[in-house]
Design a protein around this ligand. Sequence first.
Ligand SMILES: NC(=O)c1ccc[n+]([C@@H]2O[C@H](COP(=O)([O-])OP(=O)(O)OC[C@H]3O[C@@H](n4cnc5c(N)ncnc54)[C@H](O)[C@@H]3O)[C@@H](O)[C@H]2O)c1
Length: 244
Amino acid sequence: ADLVVEEIKKMGGEAVANYDSVENGDKIIGTAVEAFGKVDILVNNAGILRDVSFTKMTDKDWDLIDTVHLKGVYKCTKAAWPHMQKNQYGRIVNVSSAAGIYGNFGQVNYSTAKSGIMGFTKSCALEGKKKNVLSNAIAPVAASRMTETVTPKEVLEKMPPESVIPLVLYLCHESSEATGEVIECGAGWFAAIRVQRAEGVAIDKLDPETVAENFAKIVDYGGEVEYPTKIAESVMTAISRSKL
Ligand SMILES: NC(=O)c1ccc[n+]([C@@H]2O[C@H](COP(=O)([O-])OP(=O)(O)OC[C@H]3O[C@@H](n4cnc5c(N)ncnc54)[C@H](O)[C@@H]3O)[C@@H](O)[C@H]2O)c1
């Protein structure tokens, strides 16, 4: 932390360090507010791994990941939120992961937390928009201490952390109106992810045999697919297509 502060100051900026864990987010935000009087931007970036197969995972492996990722994001955001609401300005970027989108072998704990961060981001986006508090999530791939032991060197060389940073800076800028997005990024490539829904099937006989008969169609993305963005679209679609 001190090295980063030194680096920022050398470049003419102002910075202060805080050494608390993100699970004590109120202390971290307190340091920022004490130094600068407000908080405009929060990047929830802290993370660790405890990769292990689900069979071998202990409660400790689960709790540690849950605490650093989910509770950390919650506590830092919860502490920054009232300041952002009061100032009618907030830009929050939460660092999720492809593991949270797709799942990953050996990462049940980590992918669960990273999925949770996406839900957290989308709900905060809805609650914050009126007061100009915008929340987005990124799913980065980049060379770091976290990936240096598990990714080949040739791949890491193509994806320095600097290739993710421009997106984070944009999402934190006052000109950005983006909120509720989940954006995959790495090696200078950026792409948003959304939900795709299959056409689906409405049945009028409520038994598992009828589901079995229709299952291929339930999971078929070849028909009239949709891209719902709101919870209301889930309820309304079920009701409007119901055959009951
Ligand atoms: N590197 C990748 O390819 C990749 C992929 C997907 C997601 N991520 C996510 O990106 C974020 C940054 O990871 P990275 O790859 O730069 O790894 P990194 O290990 O270089 O950085 C993680 C940072 O988090 C800090 N940290 C860990 N626990 C903390 C705690 N309890 N309180 C405060 N700080 C804490 C560490 O000190 C470190 O500075 C993480 O959330 C990670 O899950 C990284």
